[in-house]
Design a protein around this ligand. Structure first.
Ligand code: NDP
Ligand code: MG
Length: 392
């Protein structure tokens, strides 16, 4: 029996995780569930899954949840705030942590799980992009098991040799390239000069995946793929030159690994996050996920093309940040979070997102990252610079 904490249980990944878990009550028990603002949803999850602990974002949310649970006769302990998130991520009563909070807010609890040596199922890519070196060192020092949930990285993981160790990096196993597939998002076929007028509603309507709002906008700008390039570099010890992005609008091949002997291994499936979630939960075994089998004859043709970096400047910004190293990816991530928020709140147009990120990366100098305090200071500076630029 695995005892699981789900950080971000009310989100898209959190709900899919509970769906997979509910199919295997003999294997998984929910130890803790966390939410930020969706208290009624969290209360319903607590009634159904009976966790030991539930965590909310605020004291008011915690009182509201406690009152709901009391009325329903659910004995779950209710806590709130970042320290509580870190506590349930590292608690000795839990074995596995699904890290599915969105954005930099997930860094502290995801890192706490890694430091405590948990089996960490990582969806919160921003945490790794920000703190790659510190995060991977924490995993190595504590002996934590890190399994990727992001569908592309989970696919790459499945296509790597069984004895793959990050220590030898991508070179050491005859790996020529990691081929990271990208759907291209909702605006792949749209004329570039009309992009400024797109609305948040159009941007979050992803053609293949149903996801949270922030990652949906990231997919539309292709910053999501940029974050994923950096995520892959850390997870698999690969250089920027070893990671190639390939547009594949159908999202059937979730990524590939190309070897020096000419073999290319791919992982295929319907675009449903329950597949990578089930893979990581059960690894190295396999369990049913509820996802329908792939019907290749219905798909018939698979399409690929190279990404256009002029059209999607965010992808280039991410490659630049990876190459610059140090805190550059954290600066980029912070600026992106502010820009996406401003776009979703209709403060700026779609094309301003990449301009704002580029401006912050040009004006805030990046630094080597040696400890968390310095990293958080860089994150703060980038957000401040982004907000100043927004005002002007
Ligand atoms: P959602 O927006 O759907 O959910 C985010 C979750 O995080 C919610 O439970 C939310 O709580 C919680 N949350 C938000 N802000 C805070 C905060 N400040 N402190 C604590 N908790 C917070 O996001 P997704 O599920 O789509 O994405 C989660 C992560 O997984 C992201 O990093 C994303 O990049 C990654 N990912 C997602 C994929 C997908 O298909 N959705 C695919 C691959 C990766 P509440 O709702 O209660 O406010
Ligand atoms: Mg992905």
């Amino acid at each position: 029996m695995q005892n699981i904490t789900i950080l971000g249980a009310t989100g898209s990944i959190g709900v899919s995780t509970l769906d997979v878990i509910s199919r295997h009550p003999d294997r998984y028990r929910v130890f803790a569930l966390t939410a930020h603002t969706r208290i009624a949803e969290l209360a319903a999850q607590c009634e159904r899954f009976r966790p030991e602990v539930a965590v909310t974002g605020s004291a008011a949310g915690a009182s509201e949840l406690a009152a709901m649970l009391r009325r329903a006769g659910v004995p779950t302990e209710v806590l709130w705030g970042e320290a509580a998130l870190c506590q349930v991520a590292s608690d000795s009563r839990c074995d596995t942590v699904m890290a599915a909070i969105v954005g930099a807010a997930g860094l502290a609890p995801s890192l706490a799980a890694a430091q405590a040596g948990k089996k960490v199922l990582l969806a919160n890519k921003e945490a790794l992009v920000m703190s790659g070196q510190l995060f991977m060192t924490a995993v190595a020092d504590s002996g934590a098991t890190l399994l990727p949930i992001d569908s592309e990285h989970n696919a790459i993981f499945q296509c790597l040799p069984h004895d793959f160790t990050r220590g030898t990096g991508a070179d050491g196993h005859g790996i020529a390239k990691i081929l990271l597939t990208a759907s291209g998002g909702p605006f792949l076929a749209r004329a570039a000069d009309t992009l400024d007028s797109v609305t948040p509603e159009e941007a979050v309507a992803h053609p293949n995946w149903v996801m949270g709002r922030k990652i949906s906008v990231d997919s539309a700008t292709m910053m999501n793929k940029g974050l994923e390039v950096i995520e892959a570099a850390w997870l698999f010890g690969a250089s920027a030159a070893q990671i190639e992005v390939l547009i594949h609008p159908q999202s059937v091949i979730h990524s590939m690994v190309s070897y020096v002997d000419g073999s290319v291994l791919a992982q295929l499936g319907n675009p449903d996050m329950r597949t990578p979630i089930a893979h990581a939960l059960a690894y190295p075994e396999r369990i049913a996920s509820g996802v329908a089998p792939l019907d290749l004859t219905a798909i018939a043709h698979l399409r690929f093309e190279r990404p256009d970096l002029q059209r999607f400047p965010c992808l280039k910004l991410a490659y630049d940040a990876l190459q610059a190293g140090g805190s550059a990816p954290a600066l980029m991530n912070a600026a992106n979070e502010v820009a996406v928020d401003a776009f979703l709140n209709r403060q700026i147009g779609f094309r301003m997102i990449d301009q704002l990120i580029a401006r912050v990366m040009d004006t805030v100098p990046h630094e080597p990252v040696t400890e968390m305090a310095g990293l958080l200071e860089q994150d703060r500076r980038a957000r401040e610079a982004a907000r100043e630029y927004l005002k002007s």
